[in-house]
Each structure stands twice: as C-alpha cells, then as structure tokens.
Design a protein around this ligand. Structure first.
Ligand code: ADP
Ligand code: MG
Length: 381
C-alpha cells in the first residue's frame, strides 16, 4: 500500500526554484533516506510534506488522502529535527505528551502513550527530569518519543543524529533501525552521513539542486549509478573520475586511454555506439585500485604517494598521478585516491604503480554525465 505520494512537487522561494517536479511513491513501512549536498532542498521537501512550508504546485498524498492544503497537525505526520526543540520548562513526560495534550486526548491515553514510547526508547527512568538534565542522546530520544506518542502515519527526520558524537550516533542509528522494525512505520529520513544512508534505507533518494537524480536500494545505487553525480555522491572516499578518450569499440568492449593511463578495456552489458576519439569520463572507486609491481599492464597508472592515512583496518593513499586528467576531484587535478584493505607500508614521495580493476570500471558521458550504455554494467557480472 502506498503511504506517501509526492506528485510533481515544485517549491519557489521568490525567483528561486528550490524543488523541481519531485515525484516519489513511498510504500507503507518503507524507510526512505534522502541524501544530497547542502542546499539541494532536503529540508524544504520534508517541511513541505509536514506542511510547515506551502508548496508552489503539486500534490502530497498520505494514505491516499490529498493533504496538500491541510494544516500540519491534520496531516498525520510527526517530524524530528536536528535541534531537539524540546520545551525546557516541561518534564520529559510532559514534552513527550505535548502533542496529545494539544489534541485534547484523555489523560489516561496520554500517560499510556508516553509510557509505551519511553519503554521503547529506554528512558522510563528519565520521565520526571527536565531536558537540561539529560545528555544529547537522551534529549534526541525524547524528541523521537514525542513523535512516537502521536502514532503518525509518516515519520519525518531531518538529520536527527548530526548533533551527537560518533559513538552515540552509531548507537542511535542501530536503535532507530530497530525502532523502525518494531513500529513498522513509514519513515523519511534526511542525513548527510553515508553510513546511515547505506545501512538504514530501504531506498535512498539522491537529490541535487531540487531534482531527484536517482531512487533505489542502497547497493543498487552504489553499484549501478545512473550518472556521474550519483556515482560521486555515494561512497567515501569518493569515486575517482578520469578524462579518457575512446581508442577502440568492439561490440560490448570499449578500450579507453589517456596520457598517463595504459589503455584499458571495459566490457559493457550492451554494445554502445561511440566514435573513436570520443571523450568520456572513466570512474573507478578507491577500493577497486590496487598497487602493483608492473606498471605496464592495462589500466595501469604511475604516481607518487603524496599522503598515507593509516586507519588500522585499511590504508588510504592519496596519489599524485602527474598529468593524468582527473575530474571533479576533491583533492585537485592529477590526484587519485586508493583504498587498500590492509596495513600498507607506503611512505610519502614513494613511487608506485597502480592498476584499475577493469571489471569494476564505469564510463560516463562527458556531456551530461549519464552512465554509458546501461545501468546493469556491474550488477550482471
Ligand atoms: N525560507 C527560505 N527563503 C528563501 N530561500 C530558502 C528558504 N529556505 C531554504 N531556502 C533555499 O532553498 C534551498 C534549499 O534549502 P534546504 O532545503 O534547507 O537545503 P538542504 O536541507 O538540502 O541543505 C537553499 O538554496 C536555501 O538557501
Ligand atoms: Mg537541511
């Protein structure tokens, strides 16, 4: 059953077009995670669903009901913000029961709802405290508890964990996933945290400049990005992009090269029509590059180690690959990021030969960034 449906949502702030033709259908019980760069419209979309912002055009349906013109309190949603927005003069129990008190529900019902939410969130022993007597994690639990007591049809979360320290964030992430499983509720969750997106989502929505770039299961988006933007946005450290030209096309096999890159053949799932000499963007994730002894193999690159990050379980190498033309790199032209799943004994300035794993390469149009040929390139191997 469809729980939340967005139809052609547009939102203008004066001349600024913050949301452009957003279409999304969310099934009952789904956990939708929305990601995208700062300012792309994530909060605007959540606030529009909640009714805190009026949309310029389009329709919002909750359980089949058009709520576009309804007041926030009548929409059957509850929203949890990054800032907990608790009332400082009220106790935890009063904060959690606030929505139900406003709705003039009977006292016994409010008490039961608060007790149930407190039990789920394990803050039963905190109910008589005031927010300032609580830790950040406990305060965010109260804010979530306030949402639960209202038994909404749809929960909206706007970066709810970003004020917490790393350890607490991990703990709350696991708890929120269990909470979702327990309540079976529909949730739309905004985050800038890659791990939260990959681990919590039934489906991820990638938003960019007010437009949905792609929607899909986390691993589907990771392995089968529709375009360069999605490929570059999901994954940390991010995918490397190299400017290459087509040397040869033979059916499904495309051989590309670049100054500084030994020609490499990429096998696509379907034949692509590309002229010899065409410019493309080659994408390779840091985990699909290895350090090799022989720099002459297909897909090899020579470079010098500029920085080594030892993370214990893995090693990140930042390589200066000279004249190699890298695109949209976080660290500038000629820089390749390599992620090795072992403790690698490399030193700064050391020369290394790299090899790209030909079975894990992506090709994008250099005009519009779309993935070349097919989305199935990697998944169907
Ligand atoms: N009340 C407002 N008035 C004018 N512009 C706004 C308003 N709220 C948000 N915007 C603009 O809309 C865009 C999207 O903002 P927002 O939804 O907060 O982004 P995100 O949450 O993805 O970081 C930004 O460019 C922001 O400056
Ligand atoms: Mg925001």
């Amino acid at each position: 059953m469809t729980s939340l449906e967005l139809r052609q949502i547009n939102k203008n702030y004066g001349a600024y077009h913050a949301l452009r033709g957003i279409d999304l259908s969310v099934a009952q019980g789904e956990f939708i995670v929305m990601v995208g760069p700062s300012g792309c419209g994530k909060s605007t979309l959540l606030k529009s669903i909640a009714g805190l912002e009026e949309i310029s055009s389009g329709q919002i349906l909750i359980n089949g009901r058009d709520v576009s013109k309804q007041e926030p309190g009548d929409r059957g949603i509850a929203m949890v913000f990054q800032s907990y927005a608790l009332y400082p003069h009220m106790t935890v129990a009063e904060n959690m029961g606030f929505g139900l008190r406003m709705a003039k529900r009977p006292k016994a019902e409010i008490e039961a709802a608060v007790a149930r939410a407190a039990k789920i969130l394990r803050i039963t022993d905190q109910l008589e405290k005031r927010p300032k007597q609580l830790s950040g994690g406990q305060r965010q639990r109260v804010a979530i508890g306030r949402a639960i007591t209202r038994s909404p049809d749809v929960f909206l979360f706007d970066e709810p964990l970003s004020n917490l320290d790393a350890a607490l964030r991990t703990q709350m992430r696991v708890e929120l996933s269990s909470l979702h499983a327990e309540l079976g509720a529909t949730m739309v969750y905004v985050t800038h945290d890659q791990v939260e997106a990959m681990t919590m989502a039934s489906r991820i929505v990638v938003l960019n400049q007010g437009v949905i770039e792609q929607v899909g299961a986390p691993l589907e988006l990771y392995r089968n990005p529709d375009n360069l933007f999605v490929a570059g946005f999901l994954g940390a450290p991010r995918m490397n992009f190299l400017g290459v030209t087509v040397d040869e096309v033979s059916g499904r096999n495309i051989t590309v090269s670049a100054p500084g890159l030994v020609p490499v053949t990429v096998e696509l799932a379907e034949a692509a029509v590309l002229p010899k000499g065409a410019s493309l963007t080659l994408g390779v994730r840091p985990e699909n590059i290895s350090v090799v002894a022989d720099a002459a193999q297909g897909g090899a690159i020579n470079g010098a180690v500029r920085l080594v990050e030892h993370l214990g379980r893995e090693t990140i190498l930042y390589i200066d690959a000279g004249n190699l033309r890298t695109i949209a790199s976080e660290s500038g032209t000629g820089n390749i990021t390599v992620q090795l799943s072992y403790v690698a004994p490399f030193a700064t300035d050391q020369n290394v030969a790299l090899k790209l794993d030909a079975s894990e390469l992506y090709l994008f149009s250099s005009d519009d960034g779309r993935t070349i040929s097919t989305r199935k390139t990697i998944l169907e191997r």
